[in-house]
Design a protein around this ligand. Sequence first.
Ligand code: B1M
Length: 209
Amino acid sequence: MELSVVIETLENGDKQKIQEMIQESLDEGMKAYEIVNEKLIAAMNDIGKRFRENILFVPEVLIAARTMNSALEMLAPYLSAGEAISKGKVLLGTVKDDLHDIGKNLVGMMFKSGGFEVIDIGIDVPMEKFIEGVKEHKPDILAMSALLTNTLHQMEVVIQGLERENLREQVIVMVGGAPVSEEFAKSIGADGFAPDAASAVEVARKLLG
Ligand code: B1M
């Protein structure tokens, strides 16, 4: 599975081809998480670089993202260990005004594979919807993802909303996404930060004790 071919296939939006390539790699013994990290994310980073340089534009990146999501869906059963006993409940979403969902989906898959129950409330989630979700589902962890510098502050808005509703003590808040840092997480009063989907599960386990 050559990285250049993965990039080309994502850009072409060829869902069937990417799935065939993944199946081949799995058959050859490559681990699902290696395929995600070394091929799919690496390919998306390359696409992101050309997006930043105005070589690729939103419609092209959107096609690549949809193809990547279909590849992740196919890999989901391989990432999931299928543990029967729930390790905890996670309410997951991408913050308001932010439409990026690939990282969030990956975080959701890794939580599921770690035995957590995941309630994914989607993208562009306003504070009110996060609060409603906490009231309705009573999750152990509220997990927020943001990919844009100008949507980061929404994480703080949600934490302040939880405080106003006296819900802050009832839920562990975790944040992540490319522009999020440990320092930022601390500064807004989040309980945990993880730089990637796999470590999000480790951090969650530590926070739950
Ligand atoms: Co957007 N975009 N985008 N985009 N896009 C970025 C993020 C950008 C860095 C591109 C660039 O300029 N190089 C840039 C942001 C700059 C900034 O704010 N600093 C950007 C921009 C500017 C925009 C628009 C404003 C462009 C425009 O319209 N002019 C626009 C905004 C739309 C909106 O959200 N309102 C936009 C639109 C889009 C598309 C719709 C075309 C598409 C998204 C489609 C989709 O998601 N379904 C898109 C994409 C695909 C990207 C890039 C290319 C790829 C993002 C991605 O999926 N990466 C991205 C450039 C890049 O990152 N290289 C870019 C792969 C994914 C696995 O990584 O999401 O970081 P990531 O998740 C990681 C970690 O961050 C972490 O785990 C994952 C890996 O294990 N993680 C968590 C994520 N959430 C976590 C939560 C946790 C813990 C870890 O705990 C709760």
